[in-house]
Write a protein that binds this ligand. Structure first.
Ligand SMILES: NC(=O)CCC(=O)C(=O)O
Length: 297
């Protein structure tokens, strides 16, 4: 079988400090991506809502129009900043996520854009599972008050390397999505995400390691840096977990870049040692990737 990851890749998870000034956020993202590529990264990832504060009251104020694609610079300064940056950095760029407004449906989405090293848009993922939770005395948050969900699994082919899957934050809690992507031969699951001080402490690392060991592939989570003056305090701790569920690289809560070298042998060795890929019992339970799946490559 061909290697899922065709050649070694240096990943950079950019834990950005974000604030209310969109232009400043875009400029900071540019400087951090260029810093990462100057150190050899060829795939860079930004956090969820990297161009704005995270919160339902902020989504409409920061939303940009992405469709029809490509948007004009007035419709989406972030689309153009990311495209130009990918080209300048000569790297693949997963542009975290931004709030999107779609004129046709009059709806808002939480949307991630991925660009190739020529600045071409490769994929768009709208967050499929909206973050609606209530933990009494701790946190109550309802993205669905403003946002609408996306409706597909997003798989992106990086021709020199292989396939990756992009999903956003709360999407990580749904193992079906990860399993489908893995069974479609992705070597890496990427989740730009902004967990908080309650669920971050409880589940951030556990979920990343869980999705990795479920599927024996790499999993990367990329958070904004923590800002205790913001109304939503991100957990931070961007991390890369390897296919054997060990943490390969992790940040604390401050701004920084988590680098990780990924290679195909680690996936193969993990799967050889614990061969769940040949031991599945689809005569006992269904293969979630074989049914009616809406996905886009
Ligand atoms: N932005 C999000 O989707 C947050 C998800 C989260 O914190 C969780 O616990 O899940």
């Amino acid at each position: 079988m061909a290697k899922l990851l065709k050649r070694p890749l240096k990943l950079a998870l950019i834990q950005l400090s974000t604030g209310p000034d969109k232009s400043a956020n875009l400029a900071r993202a540019r400087s951090k991506v260029l810093e990462a590529t100057s150190k050899g990264a060829t795939l860079c990832v930004l956090p969820e809502c990297f161009n704005s504060p995270y919160g339902t009251k902020h989504f409409p104020n920061y939303a940009e129009t992405l469709l029809p694609s490509p948007p004009t610079k007035e419709q989406s300064p972030s689309f153009h900043a990311l495209s130009e940056l990918a080209k300048e950095a000569k790297a693949y760029l997963v542009g975290g996520s931004i709030p999107e407004y779609w004129e046709e449906t009059k709806k808002y989405y939480n949307t991630s854009l991925t660009f190739d090293p020529n600045g071409k848009l490769l994929a768009t993922h709208r967050k499929v599972h909206l973050f609606d939770i209530d933990i009494p005395g701790k946190i109550s948050f309802h993205e669905s008050e403003v946002l609408s969900p996306g409706n597909k699994v997003t798989i992106v082919d990086l021709p020199e390397y292989g396939k990756i899957a992009i999903a956003i934050c709360y999407d990580i809690r749904f193992p079906e999505l990860a399993m489908i992507a893995a069974r479609k031969d992705c070597f890496l699951l990427l989740y730009p995400g902004a967990f908080n001080l309650t669920t971050g402490e409880m589940h951030w690392e556990l979920l990343a390691r869980g999705r990795a060991i479920d599927n024996e592939i790499y999993v990367g989570l990329c958070s904004p840096a923590r800002d205790m003056s913001a109304d939503y305090n991100a957990w931070g701790h961007s991390l890369l977990v390897n296919p054997n569920a060990s943490i390969q690289s992790e940040l604390d809560e401050k701004e920084g870049i988590a680098y990780a070298d990924l290679d195909g042998d680690t996936i193969e060795e993990t799967r050889k040692g614990i061969p769940i890929y040949t031991q599945r019992r689809f005569d006992v339970y269904p293969d979630v990737s074989a049914g009616k799946v809406k996905y886009e490559e």
